[in-house]
Design a protein around this ligand. Sequence first.
Ligand SMILES: [Zn+2]
Length: 367
Amino acid sequence: MTTTSYKPDLLPVVRKTVSSNADYGRSICCPFHSEKDPSLHIFENQSWYCFGCGKGGDVYDFLGYLRFGDSWNSKNKEMFREISRETENHSCAKVFIDNNMKKQETEISDETKKTFLWAAKTFHETMLSAHDADSETARNYLLGRGISEKTIRKLRIGYAGRSELHKKGLSLTPEKRAGYIERMKNAGFIRNGREYFINRIIFPNFTKSGTVLNFTGRALGNSTKRYLNIPNVRKNLYLLELSDPEKELYITESVTDAVSLQQLGLSAAAVNGTALSRQMQASLDPYKKIIIVPQNDSASMHAACKWCETIPRCRILLPEYIDGEEKDINDILRLEGEQQCGFKLRNAAEKLMDCSSYMKTVGNKFL
Ligand SMILES: [Zn+2]
């Protein structure tokens, strides 16, 4: 399976083809609209975006727009062939492109896909089970955090009890049991002879077409690891695949913050931690309006500064927290309710900060 490819290095190609530009580093005056100050930025992940006219893409798109203007369409085979022939004449260095992120859905085997889907359904049914005290604790935990039953059903949030999958296995005939355990092991639900998710709220990461890309489990009781990701598959932005690239996308650190924003009708995705991997950055390429929502603590604000460095086109939303009590969006939802939380978010959205002012003002305190 091909998961990688080589493309001409974007920056030298741009410098070679748009020679009249003064050296602004990674920002240049856009050749696709008329301007005096540079607003086209070339990102380190081999993509570019013009903040003035909104054009963007990869090296082929850059050359494509230069050659064909607005009629450029990277899916048009003839146009694409002409542009890739052109790149051969550039004799520029080629760079290694990791396409794994885009291929993730096809990378997961059909059998694992089936197992993931089955597990998501099983965990969700367990969450909704009326006859299980642990399930009730799990439901009450979410409800107590302001996450509604409607949201639990919509995002198919689940609960992995103490031995859910084991019990399912025992209900099978001995002939079927061996295959079942093998499938659970391959998909990562059984590790070192025990269930991987025990007493955890399960957040399955669905695509629009209903495939589950990965799972995150949040511990309910005491655990050394509060969040666990299913092993063997790539960690990616939670809920991103359900978001419309044309709309504003809110990026949070925590899964529950993204769930809270979704409940309020906004498009949101969670990094689930502070490390925004290259693959995650690449998956954000189609999203032009990205809004980072840092938590109300220095570690999270520090992380937001790092994200600003890698996605300089994003903006920052800083809601008004009740000091000492609220540390994130979910706290506002939990303590002040949906209406007030929505109100605070709309208010904050009117005063979005751009990356550089955020890094200068808020960020400098922590860097
Ligand atoms: Zn432009």
